[in-house]
Write a protein that binds this ligand. Sequence first.
Ligand SMILES: [Zn+2]
Length: 270
Amino acid sequence: MPELPEVETTRLGLLPRLQGRTLKQLVVRNPRLRWPVPDDLDLQLAGLTLKGLTRRGKYLLFDFGPATQIVHLGMSGSLRFAAPDEPAALHDHLDWQFDDGTVLRLRDPRRFGAVLLTDDVAQHPLLAHLGPEPLTPAFDAAYLHAQCQRRGTAIKQVIMDARVVVGVGNIYASESLFHAGIRPATAARRLSRPACARLTAAIKQVLAAAIAAGGSSLRDYVHSSGELGYFQLQTRVYGRQGLPCKACGTPVRRIVLGQRATFYCPVCQR
Ligand SMILES: [Zn+2]
């Protein structure tokens, strides 16, 4: 599943080629994504210039001035540049054709992705209740500590809750807790302020490293330049059940929290 680092890497790959380009046509081959693609999308957007491309959580926001297109890659979506004469494959559901011949193509075999339109990003129901971005100063120890004090659930589930903070997926949650020395099942309200400081720092560090490495999670994910090959994150605990902890040699344990596989070192994380 594309996680925040993959989405951010995609955004950074698309922006220089798309910003300032005028949309000539939007071709929808299959509108049946997670929610139906609005059928007047081409009518609304053709002729408009892309002013910017930002991200909120895992949502890409295409700023066309009067309207913003919200794009989510779901479980298996990817965006790439296609050659102008390149035929669409089975799962290529949508094309953005720009005035300079650039074609941006959405592929989504499982169709859990979304392409929607809004004139009010801040109030859109998918975005209005999202917590802060993990890489901004708003996500700090004081904020996380306040959120934790209100919650008795496991800290791993709290940091994966998009209302608390966006973009901390399953791999990144396990890895961040390892770096912070915190056990994933610890009740959130038992975390001290210094522990929250270590955890916010670890989340920022793990996500920034993954963005720098170009994302990590989906094998068939296609980079926005068209080439295959996101790097697999060098994990410290995730997926390493029974293998020696890279810090202390103790076998890494696997538990299930909130129905998600969770990995930790029983010695390094107390
Ligand atoms: Zn260890």
